[in-house]
Write a protein that binds this ligand. Structure first.
Ligand SMILES: NC(=O)c1ccc[n+]([C@@H]2O[C@H](COP(=O)([O-])OP(=O)(O)OC[C@H]3O[C@@H](n4cnc5c(N)ncnc54)[C@H](O)[C@@H]3O)[C@@H](O)[C@H]2O)c1
Length: 289
């Protein structure tokens, strides 16, 4: 193991299993002291168990590292605050937070219930906000820090996961807002879109052609948490096994102006041959669903 994160304190949500666990172990292996948060729930968010977080703390300690467990639900303000407060109380500082916690409740949009929508958006999107909110207040004062959110390629849209896709798109906008709002304080914010073999990806009802291990994703997160990445902010990176990729910033593609203002009729005449459309890759490209 190296010393990419020597002296740093890092908090990781959803760190009891899958990618979050790999991030916590890798960060500790690179010298960070780690707050291991996990509510210990099933893939759909049910049946919390506090020994999931403490199990990873034991693994880190057995490897000679330092870690502390927080078994709170990060979709609550108190849970997000506890993650940050535990870092400060245990180690006296907080250099990075990584919001990995997530759940799935798949359903076609026309059948989706409020009980399938709310907890998914709360775990992913609010669960990133609660931790970013508490951590950014600390990082703003210390004029340094790194915020990392977890998104998905599914932020482009998903046939049977409108709740998950909407939350993942929201996380990208939250990350960009954090990058903008905290830039002058020396705090960075980035998002990672992973594809890795975990219990969550085992549920995907189609074949993932580009996939790797949680450890591949952890390497990118360790890099983003390190001093070597301190100029990088507002970015979305894919990690899928051997592949890393950066996503484009959203931009207007083509514009048109009407001197006297538009009417539905002039738009109908003008738009198809000029401004047009930008076809959805998931609808019309290779692998279209
Ligand atoms: N695995 C993939 O290929 C893939 C693809 C795209 C995005 N992602 C994202 O990566 C992240 C990690 O996914 P994973 O595959 O490792 O999943 P996982 O199910 O293996 O692990 C998720 C962990 O989050 C914890 N968790 C859930 N709700 C929580 C809450 N309210 N508070 C605290 N902890 C909570 C769970 O207990 C679990 O240990 C998720 O945000 C997921 O959406 C994963």
């Amino acid at each position: 193991m190296g010393n990419f994160l020597a002296g740093r304190v890092v908090a990781v949500t959803g760190a009891g299993r899958g990618i979050g666990r790999a991030v916590a172990l890798a960060a500790a292996g690179e010298g960070a002291r780690v707050v291991v948060n996990d509510y210990g729930v099933s893939v759909d968010g049910a049946s919390p168990a506090s020994d999931v977080a403490s199990g990873v703390v034991k693994e880190i300690e057995a490897a000679g590292g330092e870690a502390v467990a927080v078994a709170d639900d990060i979709s609550t303000m108190a849970g997000g605050q506890r993650v940050v407060d535990t870092a400060l109380a245990s180690y006296g500082r907080l250099d990075g937070v990584v919001c990995v916690a997530g759940i799935l409740r798949e359903r076609m949009l026309f059948n989706m219930t409020e009980e399938e929508w709310d907890p998914v958006v709360a775990t992913h999107l609010k669960g990133t906000f609660t931790v970013f909110r508490a951590a950014s207040a600390v990082m703003r004062k210390q004029r340094a820090g790194t915020l990392i959110g977890f998104t998905s390629g599914n932020h482009q849209g998903s046939v049977s996961q409108a709740n998950y896709s909407a939350a993942k798109g929201g996380i990208i906008s939250l990350v960009r807002s954090a990058a903008l709002g905290l830039h002058k304080y020396g705090v960075t914010a980035n998002a990672v879109a992973p594809v890795a073999r975990t219990r969550m990806s085992a549920n995907v009802p189609f074949e993932l052609t580009e996939i790797g291990e949680p450890e591949d994703v952890a390497a990118m997160v360790v890099y983003l948490l390190s001093a070597r990445a301190q100029e990088i902010t507002g970015q979305v990176y894919t990690v899928a096994g051997p592949k890393i990729a950066v996503w484009a910033q959203p931009r207007e593609l083509r514009a048109a102006y009407a001197s006297g203002g538009w009417t539905p009729e002039t738009i109908a005449e003008f738009l198809p041959g000029s401004v047009g459309v930008d076809p959805m890759p998931l609808l019309s490209g290779p692998g279209a669903q």
